[in-house]
Design a protein around this ligand. Structure first.
Ligand code: 5GP
Ligand code: ZN
Length: 116
């Protein structure tokens, strides 16, 4: 459940403000505080799930709805047609810095491949 040390749980709890763009019930989406692209939205489950490694099979529906929300948000933000990227950084090598699982939705500029 909510983790008092977790910055994203504190956003969910209303303790830290965030620019929320979508409320999906079991998940919310808000703008990244340090955007890496003109559009940079984070989608997080309300329940504290530390990383993709901690997602259980019962969360499959939640993950699917979060992914569809990523697409809807890309449309809402006007980047769907030009293209965008959905990223789930996981663990140390994956570059995860906040241990509450989240999707990044990045758009508004060309993305490079492979990622750094
Ligand atoms: P990660 O590095 O774990 O994949 O992504 C964490 C993201 O959370 C980073 O892009 C970072 O800028 C963002 N972030 C960290 N703290 C806050 C915060 O307090 N508010 C918001 N809106 N974003 C945050
Ligand atoms: Zn959390």
């Amino acid at each position: 459940m909510a983790n008092a040390q977790c910055i994203f749980c504190r956003i969910i709890g209303g303790e830290i403000p965030a620019d929320v763009v979508h409320d999906g019930g079991a998940f919310v989406a808000f703008r990244d505080i340090a955007p890496k692209a003109p559009v940079h939205i984070l989608i997080i489950p309300r329940r504290h799930i530390a990383s993709l490694n901690d997602v259980e099979s019962k969360d499959g529906d939640l993950m699917g709805r979060m992914l569809l929300a990523a697409r809807a948000i890309a449309e809402q933000e006007g980047v769907a047609e030009a293209g965008y990227r959905v990223v789930v950084n996981t663990g140390w090598n994956g570059g995860q810095s906040v241990d509450h699982m989240h999707f990044h939705v990045l758009g508004g500029r060309p993305m490079q491949w492979p990622p750094g």
